[in-house]
Ligand binder design. Sequence first.
Ligand code: UDP
Length: 316
Amino acid sequence: MSRIIVTGSAGFLGSHLCERLVAEGHSVLGMDNLSTGAPINLRPLQREPKFSLQLQDVSRGLWVEGPVEAILHLASPASPMDFDAMQVQILAAGADGTRHALELARQKGARFLLASTSEIYGDPLVHPQREDYRGNVDPTSLRGVYDEAKRFAESAAMVWRRVHGVDARIVRIFNTYGPRMRLDDGRVIPNFLRAALNGEALVVHGDGTQTRSFCYVDDLIEGMVRALFAPSLECPVNLGNPDEVSIRQLAEEVISLVGAPLGVRTAPLPEGDPAVRRPDIRRAQDLLGWAPKVSRREGLLLTLQAIRAARADPVA
Ligand code: UDP
């Protein structure tokens, strides 16, 4: 493909995706309003002629000249810290932003890939989560804002597919981690790693028996690229690592990895915090030949190294 748009290109996943697409020889136009993304994430692409960044808020509209072969729509505040502070922007990115991105795909005849989320399953009553599970979301809750915005985005993708014939595809991304996550974004892995490196106690919400399944970023990007370039993809596909762990166990793993005698303290469980989460990835395996390869130990080590390197040389 000659020209690909990535919305949310200055974010954690967006920047990794842009790098990967450029490395494969594509021209990439990144879009971001830098509300949660950061230009430093795009530093490796700074002198890359095949990459450019357009400062644009997708929820206000998308204006692009010339041909576009594909649009990958990632733009949205996505960390639990943003759920309170950025409720309006989350709703706007999921609803207006997705509509604008789909409309651009229709005008340009471009393929469309929506970065959806395991949050659409809410606090799941079916475990592990298969794509045909419809979820358990409270639309009036604080957490429900992000969930419903993404659920609307999925609906919109299907409407543009059925009504306008856009080749719209959906991936549901489960918890992902790796280099370039904001250390202050409130997610559990950056929180634990930051605390461990600072010699502080790790804060576990609730009793720590809640589970998640963490996917290393390189594996996730591989899945997204496969979903984009597959000859066809007509249904949502889960992307995530099915290796499930309790949050307390994760804390112990981080402590042993860092090798410091750190404690664990507890804090209240946030409202609506899902009790369990694990993707069923059989569909991704069947349709895309994809499965994650990086173990949690390996991925945590790589992330830790990247944080240490960034601290040693903040502008590298
Ligand atoms: N969590 C925790 N300590 C932290 C941050 C998060 O115990 O410092 C918990 C959080 O309540 C949740 C799990 O870890 O149960 C994963 O949280 P995260 O925000 O990373 O992802 P999400 O809840 O969106 O899956």
